[in-house]
Design a binder for this molecule. Structure first.
Ligand code: SF4
Length: 91
């Protein structure tokens, strides 16, 4: 194994490449986790989401609503005036 040094900090080229690769891998893994989390939410169609209230029930008073425009279970964007079959009133 050949070692290279930059002469200032004693960091080998191999160490620098390894650190860069690890940083890229961590960033890629983080993006993959965010994508997986987004994909775990069900579609608006599956939840029978509608952009209008159902009587007095609407996303803004649902326990799953995440202001300003998200839901814990249904894919974004969600209107606070919308509604879906998963509606559960805040307690
Ligand atoms: S009613 Fe509740 S569960 Fe359904 S989309 Fe709105 S916030 Fe999400």
């Amino acid at each position: 194994m050949t070692m290279f040094s930059n002469g200032r900090h004693g960091i080998t080229r191999r160490a620098a490449i390894t650190r860069t690769a690890l940083a890229i891998g961590a960033a890629t893994a983080s993006a993959a986790v965010r994508k997986a989390e987004a994909q775990q939410k069900i579609t608006q169609a599956a939840a029978k989401y509608q952009g209008t209230p159902n009587g007095s029930n609407h996303c803004g008073i649902c326990s799953s609503f995440q202001p300003p425009d998200a839901c814990a279970f249904v894919q974004s964007p969600i209107s606070q005036n919308g509604w879906c079959q998963l509606y559960t009133a805040k307690s």
